[in-house]
Ligand binder design. Structure first.
Ligand code: SAM
Length: 162
């Protein structure tokens, strides 16, 4: 597979899963976009979930100018600092959907970061809440339901909190 084909497959899986999750999530609870980047997936989520409260997290905001969250909904800083204070403010189990796409080309680093982030993300998920991620997370209270979503195995990962 060429790198172009691989990128297309990843983006297709991302879009299809965001569409699936937008239909599947509970009607109440926050939506969190972790890693705003240039705002593509944030833009997709807000178009699929009009009226929902969507917070985006980013340490170095540089999104497309049309893809910034409204005042108060962009949480700037490193996730290891911003996620715990967000949880204090909004409470454990406040999120219906978390989408996290923060990977780099360094797979070892990605794995270590995902492991450290797992308990912080798990604390935010409400019962029945969904986490979609570009990698594997270790969240004992969640079930890996990726195979139920139709996404090709290993391309994107989906967890539901029990
Ligand atoms: N999904 C986005 C889109 O469609 O445009 C792309 C996200 S991009 C791959 C990953 C983003 O995560 C980068 O902008 C990076 O700055 C941010 N990021 C990575 N690690 C982070 C951390 N520890 N704290 C805050 N932001 C982080």
């Amino acid at each position: 597979m060429t790198r172009l084909e691989s990128a297309i497959r990843r983006l297709t899986a991302q879009r299809d899963l965001l569409d699936w999750a937008s239909r599947a999530i509970s009607p109440t609870g926050l939506v969190l976009e972790v890693g705003l980047g240039n705002g593509r997936t944030y833009d997709h989520l807000r178009s699929r979930l009009p009226g929902r409260e969507i917070y985006a997290f980013e340490r170095s905001p540089a999104a497309h100018p049309d893809c910034y969250p409204p005042e108060g909904y962009l949480i700037v800083g490193d996730l290891f600092e911003t996620l715990p204070s967000f949880t204090e403010r909004h409470g454990h189990g406040s999120a219906a959907l978390i989408h996290i796409d923060i990977g780099t080309g360094d797979e070892d680093l990605n794995r270590r970061v995902a492991l450290r982030l797992s308990p912080l993300l798990e604390a935010l998920l409400q019962p029945g809440g969904l986490l979609l991620g570009d990698r594997v997370f270790e969240m004992p209270s969640c079930r890996n339901i990726s195979s139920q979503t139709g996404v090709p195995e290993g391309r994107y990962f989906v967890y539901r909190r029990e």
